[in-house]
Design a protein around this ligand. Structure first.
Ligand SMILES: Cc1cc2nc3c(=O)[nH]c(=O)nc-3n(C[C@H](O)[C@H](O)[C@H](O)COP(=O)(O)OP(=O)(O)OC[C@H]3O[C@@H](n4cnc5c(N)ncnc54)[C@H](O)[C@@H]3O)c2cc1C
Length: 524
């Protein structure tokens, strides 16, 4: 007998059609292997007691949590995102600074051309227009001369070779050692790299001191937010392969033109609202609820309990153990506690005049690593400048800042001194306001062996999934890594909800690897 179609039924039908359509479109649509089938059987058994009309609860509204919500709600899965703070964005957010009277970012965040999932997330949520793409990087040498670093017409991996040869602060011997080092680093790593730091690897590969200080340090410390003596070789390799060698555009830098709170503000909320994804800020989750061995919901600080079909824990790595206390949850969080953290500092300066019209600069042989001219960046693209015409706002970023972040006044003095060495007009300019922000646990530290501590998004506990830049993505702690983790967690949930064997794909493809790069470096 025909049954009437209810609103719930229609919603569920839409969801199934959407899931099926994505699965058909998916390039990963391959026949399931035996191990896939047995995992599926186990998972379906695990999921049987969950009510799929209940929302998937996502704990944490950083990029990982937001990407999980975006991926699931795109396919019609009901989601409820709970964020303890008053705003979304997590570690990529802004705050009201009383000294300047402005809303400023905790630190300038940039993305790169190779960050395909972050870009996809921005496109899906309608915020992709709020970036400017830098196709020319300004390297300021120790003598203050600016080298404009941009791609030639040569194919990858040689597209940046002419720009590299123009870096006058590297001698012929330095350049030759770097070229050899890059060639060795790009090829698949042997087992001897285990527990070797990048600094040891560079020394073993006869890199000159100048090459280490003015090239490897400059690129890697800001990309990985860690010092060379603490970086796992595999992460260093990833930066160069994905960013500089595999594709012509992977290295381009993408800078938000608006404060991070605006970026992850209204447009995102409107997008989630249109998909009926519920976002609750100022909502602190204090515990996960379990029934038997399965996670069934969460408890909030005020004692309220909420049931869920699944829970995604998308909090920073150092907050995980406070939510995974009792067995069997405690086992999930064990290895995560061994991950270490690295600090990043940003020095915000407002001058009474323009000190340079460069939109950004990479500073060589300085404590200051990157300069962002926020007045310029915000006023290009036709958007309102973040400050009035009598104030010019610059931000200096120092990654892995543990040696200099102790005394903020001293750091400000040092940075201003360095800027005046490069741009003498700083000496006659008046510093109106300054502010230093140090995030001591900015990112997890990519120390040798840290990859083994990063858990996958699917846990051994039914109903519990993990997301966060610290989960196993192969990426360092970045917005891209966080978004990837969110999409991976969502894919696992979709796979568990869908009775068919084809799991919908949310993860975007990487940039294609150029033929010559594949051949030269044996890249896939
Ligand atoms: C200073 C600094 C500079 C950086 N620069 C860059 C850059 O230039 N480019 C780049 O790609 N990346 C950069 N990063 C890294 C990037 O910000 C992070 O990798 C990314 O934002 C992490 O996202 P996430 O969602 O994994 O974690 P988070 O952003 O930490 O999000 C976790 C969320 O969980 C919430 N939460 C925690 N506990 C609870 C609870 N009990 N209940 C509810 N909610 C809870 C937190 O409030 C937070 O909002 C930088 C980071 C910092 C700190």
């Amino acid at each position: 007998m025909d049954r009437p179609i209810t609103a719930d039924g229609l919603h569920s039908l839409h969801r199934r059609i959407a899931i099926a359509a994505t699965a058909i479109a998916s390039a990963r649509h391959t026949a399931p292997s035996d191990s896939d089938r047995s995992r599926k059987a186990l998972t379906t058994e695990n999921q049987e007691s969950s009510d799929q009309r209940l929302p998937v609860i996502i704990v944490g509204g950083g990029l990982a949590g937001m990407a999980t919500a975006e991926g699931l709600s795109r396919l019609g899965v009901p989601v409820l995102l709970l964020e303890s703070r008053g705003r979304l964005g997590g570690r990529a957010s802004s705050f009201d600074d009383p000294a300047s009277g402005m809303q400023i970012d905790n630190c300038q965040h940039v993305s790169m051309g190779c960050c395909t999932n972050f870009r996809n997330f921005c496109e899906q949520t309608g915020i992709a227009d709020h970036f400017r793409v830098e196709k020319c990087l300004n390297f300021v040498g120790p003598n203050g001369r600016v080298a404009r670093f941009k791609a030639s017409n040569l194919p990858a991996p040689f597209h940046l070779t002419p720009a590299f040869l123009r870096l006058q602060y590297l001698s012929f011997a330095d350049r030759r050692s770097i070229a050899r080092g890059l060639h060795a680093l790009a090829r698949p790593l042997g087992p001897d790299r285990r527990n070797e730091t990048l600094l040891d690897w560079l020394r073993r590969h006869q890199q000159t001191d100048v090459a280490i200080d003015r090239f490897w340090h400059v690129v890697l410390v800001s990309a990985l937010s860690e010092s060379l003596d603490r970086i796992d070789v595999a992460y260093g390799r990833k930066v160069f392969v994905d960013g500089f060698l595999a594709n012509r555009t992977g290295w381009q830098v993408e800078i938000p033109t608006v404060p991070l709170d605006d970026l992850y503000g209204e447009s995102l909320l409107t997008c989630f609202d249109s998909r009926r994804a519920e976002i609750r800020t100022k909502t602190n989750v204090t515990a996960l609820r379990t029934e038997g061995d399965r996670v069934t919901g969460v408890t909030l600080r005020d004692g309220t309990t909420i049931d869920a079909s699944a829970v995604v824990l998308a909090v920073p790595h150092h907050r995980v153990d406070s939510l995974l206390t009792e067995p069997p949850l405690a086992e999930v969080g064990q290895s995560i506690q061994e991950l270490e953290s690295a600090p990043i500092s940003s020095v915000h300066l407002w001058f009474d005049r323009e000190i340079t019209d460069l939109p950004h600069a990479v500073l060589i042989d300085r404590v200051s690593q990157w300069m962002f001219n926020r007045t310029q960046i915000a006023s290009r693209n036709g958007q309102a400048a973040p400050t009035d015409e009598s104030r010019f706002y610059y931000q200096i970023v120092i990654s892995a800042s543990r040696d200099v972040a102790g005394n903020h006044d001293e750091l400000t003095r040092l940075v201003v001194e360095e800027l005046s060495d490069i741009w003498p007009q700083v000496r006659s300019a008046k510093l109106l306001v300054s502010r230093v922000v140090t995030e001591r646990r900015a990112v997890f530290s990519v120390t040798p062996g840290s990859d083994r501590l990063r858990p996958p998004q699917r846990t051994s506990v039914p109903g519990l999934y993990l997301a966060g830049d610290w989960t196993a993505t192969g990426w360092p702690a970045t917005m891209e890594g966080a978004v990837r983790s969110g999409y991976l967690a969502a894919e696992e949930i979709l796979s568990d909800r869908d009775e068919s064997d084809a799991a919908p794909k949310l993860l975007a493809d990487d940039l294609p690897t150029a033929l010559l790069s594949r051949w030269l470096f044996r890249l896939p």
